[in-house]
Design a protein around this ligand. Structure first.
Ligand code: ZN
Length: 349
């Protein structure tokens, strides 16, 4: 495995399921906490303890406290640029689709908070501009191409969906490729967002919802039939439904699999029980992703190592996993061609 670990560490990759704020490493959170003193420690060592979760509710609490540190366009610019640095320099990621949740930074209700009581929200125009500035700078400085997915925080319901659709369609950044849906699934049925996904698709965006992470296969069916999903975020519970697996394989709908995340949130009990191999054996296309890596104490490289164990892969199989992510990405053709070439060159003994 140590040779394969080295192979994975140097392998050029695409990352398709990773959250913007959820990618903030202790180094990045430390800087944001120093800018906005309060609940989150600015000391990197203390932050490592802070990122140790007792359960899913605690994870959400910590996640939201980090969301609360992203208050200004300059914070968005810093966060995005530094995430890109980490992806490019430590994980050899050459292309990433980053899921952003503009609603939590631009929330209209935050804009009404009196000054001095935490952040006041920012204009969507400033948010968009900061993202795009960071993208262009990161591509220039780190050689990584970024694209955006704007997701609805499902727990915030229809108002958040309305706002996110407007941010995507009326103020969409140049590099926006997809429309997503995240947050808890229990009590948040997918079909209520049908018109939002219809409108986003009509505007040329891809339908990329989370589904079947914490609820059963019906949620994935709903994502496919109602939201017209083109990839499924997680899709873990598809393993319980052979007809669904056959449908995913037949229609070439990929699953964005994030193994460590599924264990950290309790979606699967142990990594050994992860259904990744069930998906592959059923002919479903899978991609390997990291979700909220620092918060789940993982990295994209680590997720590839886990997949290597679960699937019993050699270096050629690992390279195929990396190729699959490129193939089902929404990267521009020139980026796909370049990245496929890099993987081929790297993987050829
Ligand atoms: Zn996710």
């Amino acid at each position: 495995m140590s040779d394969l670990k080295t192979f994975i560490a140097g392998l050029p990759k695409a990352e398709l399921h990773v959250h913007h704020v959820g990618s903030a490493s202790p180094r990045i959170v430390s800087e944001l906490a120093a800018r906005h003193p309060g609940t989150v420690p600015a000391d990197v060592e203390l932050l490592r303890d802070y990122f140790t979760f007792s359960d899913f509710a605690h994870f959400i609490e910590v996640y939201l406290s980090v969301v609360d540190l992203v208050r200004t366009p300059e914070d968005i610019r810093y966060l995005t640029y530094e995430i890109a640095r980490d992806l490019a320099q430590t994980q050899q990621v050459r292309y990433a689709e980053l899921t952003c949740t503009p609603y939590t930074s631009v929330r209209p209700d935050l804009a009404e908070r009196p000054a001095g009581t935490g952040h006041v929200g920012m204009a969507i125009e400033a948010y968009t501009e900061a993202l795009e500035d960071a993208r262009v700078a990161a591509e220039r400085d780190f050689g990584i191409a970024l694209r955006w997915i704007y997701d609805i925080p499902g727990e915030a319901g229809i108002p958040a969906a309305d706002a996110t659709l407007a941010y995507a369609v009326d103020h969409g950044p140049e590099a926006l490729v997809g429309f997503g849906l995240g947050g808890p699934e229990v009590g948040v049925p997918r079909p209520q967002f049908e018109r939002h996904f219809d409108a986003a698709r009509a505007a040329g965006l891809r339908s990329l919802p989370h589904a079947g992470e914490t609820t059963g296969p019906q949620t994935i069916w709903d994502a496919l039939t109602v939201l017209k999903a083109e990839r499924i975020g997680h899709g873990t519970s598809a393993a319980q439904d052979p007809a669904l697996l056959a449908h995913l394989a037949e229609h070439r709908i990929p699953l964005e699999v994030c193994p460590s995340s599924n264990v950290a949130t309790g979606a699967v009990a142990t990594i050994e029980e992860h259904p990744l191999k069930t998906f592959v054996d059923a002919g479903v296309t899978v991609t390997i992703n990291s979700d909220d890596p620092p918060m789940f104490a993982t990295t994209l490289n680590r997720e590839y190592e886990i997949a290597t164990d679960l699937l019993g892969l050699d270096s050629a199989g690992i390279a195929d996993l990396a190729r699959a992510a490129v193939d089902v990405s929404y990267a521009p053709d020139d980026v796909k061609t370049r990245l496929r070439g890099e993987i081929d060159t790297y993987a050829t003994p």
